[in-house]
Ligand binder design. Structure first.
Ligand SMILES: [Mn+2]
Length: 270
């Protein structure tokens, strides 16, 4: 393996004393058309320069578990091995594995997704990164488990998509991130950040950029307050597409969102 994330210790296997783990799923077979997301786990790790590690994180048992293949039992065990699991994609469909793993050990899991796209197309027709949320919800969550999506601005959301959302407890909150502060603070929560939720001027390295996204600062300040107030058990960052990036801007952004998240999480959870 190249550098570990932020110089964290590499753990080969499933740890039993981890406070948090980070791992990658270099998978892009859920991408439609433009691929390259599988390269992101390496690029995001390499977008830091901390061979010696970050002091604030070294006080805790936070391990980089390396990369895992999509859909394996080993991956599930890895995601389940700590109170907080940070997962780097890969295309957005890797969240199906994350939701499966977390839902099996956390009853009443809720999902908060930041995404330019709703991702609720019918998985029966095509199971990919544009249908992952529906697949994950129908397969692994109960009807009562709420799902919130922020930042959706794609052109092409169909009436059938919206109807499915209405009938299945999926709420699109537009671009008002403050709404999310009002959702259940107790429920175990997966925060799934598709990097294309952020404006392409900050995150150019994505397959399907959409204008009018969040600023990078908006997302950082949201993540900071949300991590402090809510019961986060999983954080995923997906859709970084290195060959479309400019000067590693997007990989660096993903790297820093994870890094700040781990630091704030360590401060409040420990
Ligand atoms: Mn997206």
């Amino acid at each position: 393996m190249s550098l570990t994330f932020a110089g964290l210790p590499f753990y080969d296997g499933i740890p039993d004393d981890a406070h948090a783990v980070i791992l990658g799923i270099p998978y892009e077979h859920g991408a439609s058309g433009i691929t390259g997301q599988a390269q992101a786990t390496t690029t995001i790790r390499d977008a830091g320069t901390w061979e010696d590690g970050i002091d604030e994180l070294r006080r805790y048992n936070i391990y980089d578990l390396g990369d895992y293949a999509y859909g394996t039992r080993k991956l599930r065990k890895a995601i389940q091995s700590a109170p907080l699991s940070v997962v780097m994609g890969g295309d957005d469909s890797i969240n199906i594995c994350v939701v499966e793993a977390l839902a099996r050990i956390h009853g009443g899991l809720q999902i908060v997704s930041l995404d330019a796209h709703l991702d609720v197309f019918d998985p029966q027709q095509e199971l990919n990164h544009a249908s992952w949320l529906r697949e994950a919800k129908e397969r692994y969550l109960t009807k009562e488990s709420p799902v919130y999506v922020a930042g959706v601005r794609e052109i092409g959301t169909t009436k059938a998509n919206l109807k499915w959302c209405r009938c299945n407890g999926v709420t699109s909150v537009g671009d008002d991130l403050t709404v999310l502060n009002g959702i259940s603070r107790k429920r175990p929560t997966l925060l799934a950040i598709d990097i294309d939720s952020i404006d392409p001027s900050f995150a150019p390295g994505v397959a399907y950029p959409e204008p009018f996204g969040f600023t990078s600062r908006e997302v950082l300040s949201f993540v900071r307050s949300f991590l402090v107030s809510h019961n986060i058990v999983g954080l995923s960052i997906t859709e970084v597409t290195p060959h479309r990036d400019i000067n590693d801007t997007t990989a660096k952004l993903a790297n820093r969102i994870i890094l700040h998240s781990l630091m704030i999480w360590a401060t409040v959870a420990m």
